[in-house]
Every structure is written in C-alpha cells, then in structure tokens.
Design a binder for this molecule. Sequence first.
Ligand code: F6R
Length: 362
Amino acid sequence: EKGGYDHYMLKEIHEQPQSLRQAIAGRIDDFEGRVDLDLSLPESFLREVDEIQLVACGTSYHACLFGKQLIESLADVRATVEYGSEYAVGSGRTPDRTLVVGVSQSGETADTLRGLRAARRSGVRTLGVTNTVDSTVARECDDAVYIQAGPEIGVAATKTFGSQVVTLALLAVAVADARDELDPEVAGDLLDGLQRLPGAVQGVLDDEETIRDVAEHYADGEAFFFVGRQFGSPVALEGALKLKEISYDHAEGFPAGELKHGPLALVTDETPVLALLTDGARPDETANNVREVQARGAPVIAFSSATRGEEDVAEQFSIPDLGLLEPLVANVYLQLFAYHLANSKGRSIDKPRNLAKSVTVE
Ligand code: F6R
C-alpha cells in the first residue's frame, strides 16, 4: 500500500506533482484569467469583505502565512493569521464584513474548530479549507473548499501543505475578482505559475539523491536553522517543523531578519543553516543574513533562484524560475531533507513519538 516506498511520508512527498494538479483541476479559466471555486458565499459579501482571518494550527498555519500574503497582495484586503488555540474575535472588528477561513487537512483539529466556533458565535461567516470531505470543519462552516490532495497517512503533513497554499492562492484570485481588484497581469502570472508548479516539483523529486546525500552529510548537526523572507518565511517555519517532528533534532525557522535579534547567539559551525534565496523570498536581503551566519562558521545550504550564484555556501540547490511560487518548490527539498536525515537515524517516520495525525483534544 506504500506503493513501493519505505514510508507513507516519502510516497506522499512523491505524489505532489499529481496532488498539486488536482488542487487546480477544473478551477482555472485560462482564457478569462479567472478562478471558480464553486463558492456558495454570496458575491456581494465577498465584494464588501474588509478582513479575512485565517485560522489553523501547525503545518496548516504555515500554509496560511503564505496565503495571507497572497490575499493581501492580490485582493488588497487585510488578512490575518491566527492559531486556532489562540483565536479570539477581539474588539474593533466588523463581523458582518469579516470572513474567517479555517484551514485544516483533517478537518477535525479541535483547536481550529474551537476558533471557527468562536467566530460563528460572533456572527462572522466561515469558510473551511480542508482535505477531508464531510469533515467537521466542512460541515460546520458556511461554505467549504476541498484541497483534493487525496488521503495523507504519514503523521507529518507534506503534500497537503502545497495543496493548501495553492487553494489559498486560488481564493486570493477569486476574492480579488469579487472586489474588482484583479490585476490581469498579476493574476495571470500566478495562475500560470500554479500550472507550472507540478513540473517544477517533479524536477526536485528527480534530484532526490543529491538532497539525500546532503541530509546524511549534515545529520550530526547540533541544531538546524531555516531562514527566509516574504514567501520564504512560512516555508522556513515549515521546513523546521518537518525536521523536528520526524528527526527529533532541534530545528527552528525564522524570518531571516529576526536572526540578528536573538537566534544568532545559537549559531556555530555545528549548526547548519538552510536558507531560501529564491524569487518571492527577497533573496538579496536574506543573502546579507546568510553572511552573518557564515561569519560564525555555520555551513549554509542554499536554495536559490536559477539565476543566482551564492558565495561560499556549503551546498547550493537551484530552483527553476517560478516567480513568487519558488519557495513552494524549495519546500519539497526541505521535506526530502527532513525525511532522509530522519531516515538515516532510523526514526519512526510515519508515526513520530508523541504525535497524532489528527489532534482532537484542545
Ligand atoms: C505537521 C502536522 C501538524 C498539523 C496540525 C494541524 O506535520 O501534521 O502540525 O498540521 O496538527 O492539522 P490539520 O491540518 O489536520 O488541522
């Protein structure tokens, strides 16, 4: 049932070209540059919406951090991201013009449901973005959009992260359109990128041996840091979460600019730093932070746009030209890095200690 792979996690990483295609299937009208998510939320509501609050946990929370930036840049509407466990409606909000989007792979996460229920009680409209048809999130929200990734068995979420981001990108275009904010060129580039994403991800999967060798080479690192900016920032957080979950190594992700505000104290020649230096991740600014960690002797593993050549990095992976979606392609390298590092240590990859696939307690 693992399709010849040693673990579900590896199988699911490899399914991504297909699952990413499924996320957009039938949803993009190329000719018109439009998106159809089959929403039942009234168009008039979407036109008037003045805040979109994204509510989620863990990996889904990271997907929301990516989605928030897409929504704000395309639809010119304020978007916030909140942990399900911390969500509170707060004062100064406008419930009748707010949309709360609950993002949950399983659709059963108690913390996320708690946030969504608080939103509903205050009269806010809710939209569920989930992988699981008929899940509690899908049933309790006013409307639901499915990410269509197929079942995910490995406890560590992999393929569903990309599908969540893609679905939120489609939502950003749909909201921009409803609000008459759609810039055809910007939307066209994004939709074109979404269609080329599965091919770019396949390119990463074809390079698996290289990243496996790198993961095994650095497996004895004392701690691992992941840095990026803009769309690279949520991917840095996600890369660190994946590694800590399945390898039990200390891993932390930061927006690259935050390094010098504290974490830099931990950087030594024993702490590999994985850096996102692609388009969409403000690579020139991040390169400055990379120099700061290099000065402390840290080996740098760079994921860079094809046009860039980094100086003095220990390893460099090249990401094909995909504009602001490049960090999402680099994320697949980070998934493979986590997998192979953990596998070389003989960890229980599909069922890491202390974790459950669906967390139904608060
Ligand atoms: C990470 C992971 C968890 C989940 C989190 C939310 O690999 O699997 O962090 O992302 O528990 O789960 P869902 O998306 O089902 O609400």
